[in-house]
Design a protein. Structure first.
Length: 726
């Protein structure tokens, strides 16, 4: 929630519609890293009040001097402000301005302390010294050859970035992606963009087709150019993949691409035929695949068939004796369906175990593992996320790794070290939380399973499918080619939990039975009231009543990013409520002390999509920060932060594989598109001890009754059923 304390009335400013101003950027109040839109405040010489300005401005930082042009507008939150139409950076010409500029962390190697030393040494000539006489930097205490070189290189980089910014502004793209573009392409950035601006779509996070297309249009590329149409087809296909599809139906792809490109469908069809001919994309009758996804889906089917067909060492021919031994060892009594599953596990080369909470999955898995270990079979256990792996380790009392660590990612080759040429060393491999595993990761896992090994796949098929493409768990079950056990009986002790019993009610479309112990519903009629109630719950009521830590114990989930009760808005307010005084990280909307989540795999840092941690340290001098995760601390440079977001609130999708002591879930009609039964079910099953749902009864009713989930385009089940390739 942005600070309004110094917005002021700005009544002394001229009362005309057009406006221009020049001053020092005092602070960035808000910034959207996806489109570069920001709210910032400027200090103008001779004026007491700060000037608020908004717009899409690239890569400006506190301490910079800029000249802005635009229009006066009135905002209900920030008051009178300038909406910027264009701007340019100006090198500061005052001691205060120079010190703020250098101390902002903009120049790598200079933070507030070194900025002060440089000002003391060179005064008003400081920037001239850095630009024209960098050898003099060595005269400043603490600046040796390494830091002097670092400062000089960073200064040159900033100058190059400014030239790229001017180029981009002149060609219709108003985002803050200049730094990323420079990091990717270096001094040749402008040449790359002139040659093929559509490279930005795949190379630079946050740039979509329309942004690249603006540049292409302004550079004179013809609307019907094959280069443009090919880029539009590829982008459309990748957008469908981002929605979970492994392929697109031909007609759908042609229609969507033609709409995006605003050209006739026949032109798109001609270019698609050319792309198929050159194997840029793969066509299987009416299905159009990206080349990699086609290979991976085929590979999943082939590898599963290989694992199922290879002979396996016998486990035991006395299964009933093994069952009695397991029950005695663990002091349990297995249900009939658990006993049947244990018998099956002894014979099956690949097996699926699925079931909801409280149905005895953990007991069954532990029983199976006990039998294998008793017979001296070696085991490897893994799950998609660090939290899921840790939970698996706690429940099985056996080491478990993330899948990425199991497969030993090698940053030098940008791939996993474990594959068909260097398989895993185990007799039994167990993968938990299979609903989270997409087709790409599954192919990597299957390639690394050695001949003769058994594969046990565990998950809840009623949860949301993977964020990535495919629906692996459901497809394997639907193929009827892999022995599958679906546990349905809820054990008595588990049934006493309001959370577990309500999860099963939700899963069959029945209304939850709320209580006053572990499963609450608070009716609120509009999203703003929902937001305000959630803030009170997380910061006051739940900590007071249940003795829970707001940061460590309580997780807020939301079905969507947008809206008053969406992830983005809730994070903004919760950051201000729970971490108001954390030191700000320039341009990122993050602070030291924030709870954060990694949103994309970063193999070099060994952090993965869904990992949640806390920012503990930051250095403006080195542009680095520490994020403390459950099992390690990662050192991020500021360039690594594009995929690090606030995690006071996260989406239900991002919560998969995790469990929380307490969970708060808004449910409002504003989230209409995402009010689905499997989203509600997945959210409820993330809680261990407490669930509080806040919102509208009618929205809850819609979610319970909406099972119309978009079917994902996949052919894995068909491939598994077929003895020949499709």
């Amino acid at each position: 929630m942005p600070d309004k304390s110094d917005s002021g009335s700005q009544s002394s400013l001229p009362d005309t519609n057009r406006a221009s101003a020049e001053g020092i950027v005092e602070r960035i109040v808000y910034e959207n890293p996806d489109n570069g839109f920001l709210v910032a405040r400027m200090r103008i010489e001779g004026q007491h009040e700060l000037l608020t300005f908004v717009g899409s401005l690239m890569a400006i930082s506190p301490g910079e001097t800029i000249h802005i042009n635009g229009d006066w507008v009135d905002d209900h939150k920030f008051g009178r402000q300038i909406k910027v139409s264009d701007y340019k950076t100006v090198l500061p010409n005052s001691l205060i301005g120079i010190e703020k500029y250098l101390g902002s962390g903009l120049i790598h190697g200079i933070g507030p302390a070194y900025a002060e030393r440089l000002i003391n040494a060179f005064g008003i000539e400081t920037l001239k010294v850095i630009d024209e006489h960098p050898e003099k930097l060595r005269k400043v205490e603490g600046i040796g050859p390494k830091r002097a070189k670092q400062i000089r290189e960073a200064w040159e980089e900033q100058k190059n970035i400014q030239s790229i910014m001017v180029f981009l502004q002149g060609h219709g793209i108003g985002t803050n992606q200049a730094v990323k573009i420079y990091k990717k392409y270096g001094d040749g950035a402008v040449a790359v963009l002139r040659e093929n601006p559509y490279r930005l779509i795949e190379d630079i996070a946050g740039i979509a087709f329309l942004g690249a297309d603006k540049i292409a249009t302004n550079l004179g590329l013809d609307k019907e150019s094959p280069t443009r149409i090919s880029a539009g087809i590829s982008y459309t296909l990748r957008q469908m993949v981002s929605d979970g599809h492994v392929f697109s139906e031909r007609k759908t792809l042609l229609d969507k691409a033609a709409e995006l490109l605003a050209v006739e469908v026949k032109l798109v069809a001609i270019e698609l035929a050319s792309m198929i001919h050159t194997h840029t994309v793969i066509a299987e009758d009416d299905a159009i695949y990206l080349q990699e996804l086609h290979e991976h889906e085929l590979g999943c089917a082939d590898e599963l068939k290989r694992i199922m067909s290879n002979p396996k060492d016998p486990v035991t021919d006395k299964v009933d004796v093994a069952i009695e031994w397991v029950e005695k060892k663990h002091s349990i009594e297995l249900s009939d369906e658990q006993r049947d599953a244990l018998r099956l596990s002894v014979e099956a080369p690949v097996m699926v175990i699925t079931g909801g909470p409280g149905t005895g999955k953990t007991t069954l898995i532990n029983s199976i593992l006990s039998v294998f270990m008793r017979k001296s079979f070696s085991l490897l256990l893994a799950a998609p996320t660090g939290r899921a792996a840790k939970r698996m380790e706690q429940t099985t009392k056996h080491e478990a790794k993330t899948i990425h660590r199991l497969l030993e990612y090698n940053p030098q080759i940008h791939d996993f070290s474990r594959d068909s040429n260097n398989p895993l060393e185990a007799d039994v491999i167990v993968i938990d939380e299979m609903s989270m595993v997409d087709v790409n990761l599954m192919y990597s896992v299957l390639k690394a399973v050695p001949n003769g090994a058994r594969l046990l796949l565990v998950g809840d098929v009623d949860q949301l499918p993977s964020v990535g493409p495919g629906n692996i768990l459901m497809d394997i079950i639907a193929s009827n080619q892999v022995p599958t056990v679906r546990l349905k009986t809820v054990f008595r002790q588990a049934a006493e939990s309001g959370i577990i019993s309500n999860a099963h009610r939700i899963n069959v479309g029945e209304s939850p039975k709320w209580n006053d112990t572990d499963c609450f519903f608070i009716e609120r009629k509009d999203p703003v009231a929902v937001r305000d109630t959630i803030l009170e719950l997380v910061t006051k009521r739940i900590p007071k009543k249940f003795g829970m830590d707001p940061l460590k114990d309580i997780q807020l989930l939301s079905p969507m990013h947008r809206g008053d009760a969406g992830v983005a808005h809730l994070n903004e307010y919760l950051q201000e409520a729970l971490n108001p005084n954390g030191e700000a990280i320039p341009r990122r909307g993050l602070r030291v002390g924030d709870k954060v989540i990694q949103t994309k795999n970063n193999y070099e840092l060994d952090v993965y999509n869904g990992d949640v941690g806390t920012i503990t340290l930051m250095s403006l001098d080195t542009k680095e920060l520490h994020v403390e995760f459950e099992d390690r601390t990662a050192l991020y440079t500021f360039d690594d932060l594009d995929n690090l977001s606030l995690a006071y609130a996260i989406t239900v999708h991002k919560s998969q594989g995790s469990e929380y002591p307490a969970l708060v879930l808004p449910i409002v009609s504003q989230h209409y598109l995402m009010l689905q039964r499997n989203i509600l079910y997945t959210a409820i099953t993330r809680a261990k001890g407490l669930v509080v749902v806040v919102g509208e009864s009618k929205a809850l009713y819609r979610a319970l009754n909406n099972t119309d989930v978009t079917r994902r385009n996949t052919r894995l089940a068909d491939r598994l059923r077929s003895t020949e390739e499709l």
